[in-house]
Write a protein that binds this ligand. Sequence first.
Ligand code: K1U
Ligand code: ZN
Length: 169
Amino acid sequence: MALRPILCFPDPKLHKVARPVQQVDERIRSLVADMLETMYAAKGIGLAATQIDVHERVIVIDVSEERNAPLVLINPVLSWTSAERHVNEEGCLSVPGIYDNVERFDAVQVTALDQDGQSRTISADGMLAVCIQHEMDHLLGKVFVEYLSPLKRNRIKTKMLKQQREERD
Ligand code: K1U
Ligand code: ZN
């Protein structure tokens, strides 16, 4: 297992569209292990492969208090979404220190392969539903700040670039 560096907004690589996984093999299981290690080390509740510059449709999530209930979603597809939507506060490991409100479906059903290549359908609400939608956006090259106004997004971009310059120099 290895910790992988997480891309930071506004890195253009965060906007790449991930391709479907062709086969769930040892390479993918090793990627999943690295993603889980990286997510837990960063104290996140989710991570998409896009965020570590791997452009394949793989997500890991753990919304449990105990941090012992990992969920692996490979080639996820939303098979049902609720009529109701809710606004929730979101954060992102690729936009550190920024939290803002985003409207999402209240509940979803997602069909995906697990790390053994088995197909599973999961019903989710609450934070799990929010996190699934946030991570699936990453696979489409979308970062949550894109739901915010252009003014807010530009301020965040300026702040992130300044932060990155200061870390580098
Ligand atoms: O995709 C990511 O960058 C992970 C992200 C997942 C996420 C958090 C909150 C709402 C939607 C998606 C994070 O884990 S951010 C850090 C975090 O643990 C957190 C931030 C805000 C609320 C709850 C948790
Ligand atoms: Zn994110």
